[in-house]
Each structure stands twice: as structure tokens, then as C-alpha cells.
Write a protein that binds this ligand. Structure first.
Ligand code: SAM
Ligand code: FES
Length: 329
């Protein structure tokens, strides 16, 4: 698919239902009806970065900061494995308390629970990525956010687009399954630039692509921006499925935060993965990337059964096994 065709599909609000239907069919033919669940643990909201869009940016003084201790994190992962999750995703801000040594200890302990381990802890050195991989980490998730470099540098001050890209290349080279993705509806982002993002993810040959709508957070410099573009995000996700028929595509939490059926809409428009939150207690509320985040007052058990019922209600099944990317190309 060429860029002009992608732009046309993204802009075509009228025929969105047809696009999502087409993506749903491509999903069914290539990855089947199983929806893979990943237990998401938000283990630290401490971050050295100051991204303008993010609720846990360094400059937000209003958020109470926490990080789980390693043993608490391991215990949370054990409970997720006991609940039947075959993948745990360890996500945090860029919190340097988690040295390579601490992370490796955690990964090794969690691998004993017979789960795939996905890391989503941002930019680190090659040596760190290598040691995490050797400790047993299977996958790494880091969104490029946007491929418009000027926009990236405006939104992520003191960060370098090139460096983030190079991190993604290192992660791939080290043999992780690579997940990346973007936000849709950022200020100044154009449809053309979203089309470039999709082609970038295809050329990077990602194993997983997460596409979420940007939702403005009141305690950030972007508080008064528009955001909330659920439908454009759904169309973007659907085109991603057409471009990469066999990869894993999550129905993102941000979609459901904008609409009570957001994840089901995504699952019926190309998505085949859901990442229920298995973080416990207060931490859920404190990991507030954007306002209106779903499930902040729920428990892991509640979320697991809620999403299970939702998936079954649309005639889909829960994936068994680790649910990694099975390349069909
Ligand atoms: N620090 C890690 C990293 O940079 O990859 C992982 C944590 S980061 C908070 C996870 C993702 O949240 C980001 O990649 C970004 O796309 C998303 N995010 C942050 N703020 C958001 C917002 N206001 N609306 C929607 N998504 C947001
Ligand atoms: Fe948490 Fe539905 S997934 S309540």
C-alpha cells in the first residue's frame, strides 16, 4: 500500500465501518479468533523525562510518586501467572532505581513462573538491553510516538528521536520480539504524518504495534489541546492490520478510556491483544498517564473476568499459550 492510499483511508470518516470490517477479516484470516491477554504491571511512576503529553512527566508535582520494591513486583507477577496470564508486561517511567542488576534479578525470578516477559521501561543502554535479554526477557515495548521529528522534539524535550530509533534497532538486533507504536491526535500531527508512522512501523518490521489516542492530561502543558480522537485511532489501527496482517495489535486502554466499548470496537477492527491491568491498590490511580483511565478502582481479578466476558460476548476466544508473533511471511 502506498502513502496516498493510506492517507485516503485515514481521512475517510464515512467509510470507517467498511475499513474496520476489512481489517477484522484480515485479522481473522491471519491470526485467528484468539485474543491474547497480557497482564500489565505498572510498577513505577517515577520518570526522568518530561514529555509534554504525559501525566507522570517529571514536572508534574501533583502526582504522588511510587515504585514497587523488587519483591513486591515479583509477587504481583506471580499472582498474574496464577490467574492464568501467559505474558506479563512490566511497565514504568524511566526510573533509574531499577538498575540493570535489579531488573535482571526481577526478570529471572518472574521467568520461573512460566510466563513470557515484556519490558516497557524506556530508553536504556545496549549493555542493559543485552543483560535483560540474557536474564530471560522475551519482548520489549517502546513506542516511537511519532515519526515527525520536529513534533517529537517539541513534545519530548531533551530527548532525541534518533536515539529512540536506535534503541528500537538494538532491541530488535538482540532478538527480542519488538513492539512499538504511536499516539494519534497529537497537537500539530497531520494525517500525512500518521501515514508515515505506519510505513515506518512496517519498515521496522515490528512484531507488535500499539496505537492509542492522545488524551490531554490537565496537569501537563498540553492540558488544553484537543486530543481524544478515538475514531482516527481506530482507522489508524485498522490500516496497520492491512499493512502487517500477522502481527499482534492491542486494543489499547486509551481507546476504552474514551468510549465504554473502545476495546471491543478495536477487537472488531483488527486488534487481537488486550492488556488488562494487574497492578494492585493505590498504584493504579497513581499511574495516571491521562485522565479518565479505566479500571483505576478495580482489582486484577475483576478486570480479568470483565475483559474475558467482553471478549466472549463478541464470539472470540481467549488465547492459550504465550501468544507471541507467529510470522507467516
Ligand atoms: N517509559 C516507557 C516508555 O517511554 O516507553 C513506558 C511508559 S510510557 C508512560 C507508555 C506510553 O504511554 C507512551 O509510550 C505513550 O504513548 C503513552 N502515553 C503517555 N501519555 C499519554 C497521553 N496523555 N495520552 C495517551 N497516551 C499517553
Ligand atoms: Fe478493568 Fe473491565 S478491564 S473493569
Amino acid at each position: 500500500m502506498q502513502k496516498d492510499e493510506i492517507v485516503r483511508l485515514l481521512a475517510d470518516e464515512e467509510n470507517e465501518a467498511d475499513l474496520l470490517k476489512r481489517a477484522d477479516e484480515v485479522r481473522r484470516q491471519n491470526v485467528g479468533d484468539a485474543v491474547h491477554l497480557r497482564g500489565l504491571i505498572e510498577f513505577s511512576n517515577i520518570c526522568r523525562n518530561n514529555c509534554l503529553y504525559c501525566g507522570i512527566r517529571r514536572g508534574n508535582r501533583k502526582v504522588a510518586r511510587y515504585h514497587m520494591q523488587p519483591e513486591e513486583l515479583i509477587e504481583t507477577a506471580r499472582k498474574a501467572a496464577d490467574m492464568g496470564f501467559k505474558t506479563v508486561v512490566l511497565q514504568s517511567g524511566e526510573d533509574m532505581f531499577y538498575t540493570a542488576e535489579r531488573m535482571c534479578h526481577i526478570i529471572e525470578a518472574i521467568k520461573k513462573f512460566d510466563v513470557a516477559v515484556t519490558l516497557s521501561i524506556g530508553e536504556r543502554s545496549y549493555e542493559d538491553y543485552k543483560s535483560f535479554r540474557e536474564a530471560g526477557a522475551d519482548r520489549y515495548l517502546m513506542r516511537i510516538e511519532t515519526t515527525d521529528k520536529d513534533l517529537y522534539h517539541k513534545l519530548d524535550p531533551n530527548m532525541s528521536w534518533q536515539q529512540r530509533y536506535e534503541c528500537l534497532l538494538m532491541i530488535r538486533e538482540l532478538g527480542y520480539e519488538l513492539g512499538s507504536g504511536i499516539m494519534v491526535g497529537l497537537p500539530e500531527q497531520t494525517i500525512e504524518s500518521i501515514a508515515d508512522d505506519l510505513l515506518f512501523l512496517r519498515d521496522l518490521d515490528v512484531d507488535m504495534a500499539g496505537i492509542g489516542p492522545f488524551i490531554p492530561h490537565p496537569e501537563t502543558p498540553l492540558a488544553h489541546e484537543k486530543g481524544g480522537m478515538l475514531h482516527l485511532a481506530l482507522r489508524t489501527m485498522a490500516v496497520m492490520r492491512l499493512l502487517m496482517p500477522d502481527i499482534n495489535i492491542p486494543a489499547t486502554t486509551a481507546m476504552e478510556s474514551l468510549h465504554p466499548q473502545g476495546r471491543l470496537m478495536a477487537l472488531q477492527g483488527g486488534a487481537n491483544v488486550v492488556m488488562p491491568n494487574v497492578t494492585e491498590g493505590e498504584y493504579r490511580r497513581l499511574y495516571e498517564l491521562y485522565p479518565g483511565k479505566i479500571c483505576v478502582n478495580d482489582t486484577p481479578v475483576h478486570c480479568r473476568s470483565c475483559i474475558g466476558m467482553k471478549i466472549m460476548s463478541i464470539g472470540r476466544t481467549i488465547g492459550e499459550g504465550y501468544g507471541g508473533h507467529q510470522k507467516r511471511r
